[in-house]
Design a protein around this ligand. Structure first.
Ligand SMILES: [Zn+2]
Length: 399
């Protein structure tokens, strides 16, 4: 089957000092638009809650942006490529949709001292001979193409890390013939509370020690930074140190996640993981923190696209199945299970149940049962209610 797959390629950019200044104002404008309309959307909802139209959508904000730019006070927004500003509004809209549909956190305001970015959806080009990136409103920027670009370029996102490095992430569409993989195992993966992940094969996967060490170092440096006088030279130096360690951590984490997702995809033909985008888990702040820190959603994203790439079947299992409470061998439900219980004894079959391993086993069982009913062909995403009904039905069959 020929599939169209989206893949992002990331390259370092080396803008001149002059280009850096223009990029800074583009970052600032994209951030301003995002924050300004986030505020507008929040206020609109507060004022119109319960009315027929109670919230603003992308098109409302796009129209408001056009009007805003006509005001002399906001004329400086015309310095940016207008499509990039519209992209900011789309990102905001996506953040809202993640919040409502996928249980993500409510969108927050973007801060100046974090990673900065703006996207260019059209009218850009990369000259592979001269190694230059062409985007609207800027002179060509030097780009290092350490690997070839594949497929058709769809959009490019320019970013700057807090430590001052520039990147271009080029999103490409690639046509690929994918055969579904018939070799390898089937695996269920659960997010561990102490470990990063636990698999149905009984493997506990921990974040590498060097990553934890870097994280400890970051905590120390941040404490030191908070004690330095604002605006002082020492504080500025410390701020750069903190930004560098942030970069290092994100590189180390990406490296860990890529190696792990690669291994899991290459060892298996079917992968089942928990769908964490359900509000319950995020409501538990303590757990939510460990989830976001550990990069679980990035891990799932990688497994997803690598599976697609290699013809591996991947499915996320809905969280409201009792994956932790159900004994994987007899189906007894431990209604009194607390988050702190790492191990429990099944009152029906008597086995000692390890919480994480049990959950991974259940995820695998749920996943297999679900796919045996619907087959592994790609079906359309079912409606919400149908999905819930199906899951409840499957759950009761397993009990
Ligand atoms: Zn049991």
């Amino acid at each position: 089957m020929v599939k169209t797959i989206n893949k992002a390629f990331q390259y370092r950019l080396y803008p001149t000092v002059e280009q850096g200044k223009i990029l800074a104002s583009h970052f600032g404008q994209a951030r301003f638009v995002y924050n300004y309309f986030l505020r507008k959307r929040i206020d609109y909802y507060a004022a119109n809650k319960g009315h027929e139209k109670q919230s603003l959508n992308y098109h409302d904000t796009a129209k408001m942006l056009t009007e805003l730019k006509q005001q002399p006070k906001f004329a400086w927004l015309k310095e940016s490529n207008s499509q990039s500003l519209q992209q900011s509004l789309r990102h905001l809209d996506t953040a809202y949709s993640h919040f409502f549909n996928d249980g993500f956190k409510f969108p927050g305001f973007k801060k100046k001292n974090r990673k900065q970015s703006f996207s260019v959806p059209q009218h850009f080009n990369i000259d592979t001979k001269t190694k230059l990136l062409y985007i609207p409103k800027l002179t060509p920027i030097k780009i290092v193409l350490h690997r070839p670009i594949e497929g058709k370029m769809k959009s490019v996102t320019i970013s700057k890390t807090p430590s001052g490095k520039y990147f271009a992430s080029v999103l490409c569409e690639i046509e690929k013939t994918v055969k579904s993989k018939q070799t390898g195992g089937e695996i269920g993966i659960d997010i561990g509370i102490k470990s990063f992940a636990v698999t149905s094969k009984g493997e506990r996967i921990d974040a590498p020690k060097f990553l934890r060490q870097s994280e400890e170092k970051l905590t120390r440096l941040q404490r030191l930074l908070s004690r330095k006088v604002k605006g002082s030279n020492k504080r500025n130096k410390m701020r750069i140190k903190v930004a560098r360690i942030h970069d290092k951590i994100s590189n180390q984490r990406n490296d860990f996640l890529h190696k792990l997702s690669h291994r899991i995809v290459s060892e298996n033909q079917a992968i089942f993981a928990e769908n964490l985008h359900v509000k319950g888990i995020m409501a538990n702040r303590c757990l939510a923190k460990s989830v976001s820190d550990a990069g679980w959603s990035e891990f799932v994203r990688q497994i997803k696209y690598k599976s697609e790439w290699h013809g591996v079947y991947f499915k996320q299992i809905d969280r409201f199945l009792p994956s932790s409470k159900r004994c994987n061998s007899c189906g007894w439900i431990n209604e009194s299970l607390m988050l702190a219980d790492r191990e429990w004894v099944c009152q029906d079959c008597g086995q000692v149940v390890d919480r994480d391993f049990n959950a991974a086993q259940n995820i695998l069982q749920f996943g297999k049962l679900e796919t045996s009913t619907e087959g592994r062909s790609e079906t359309k995403r079912p409606g919400r209610l149908r999905a819930v009904r199906r899951v409840v039905e499957l759950g009761s069959r397993l009990l």
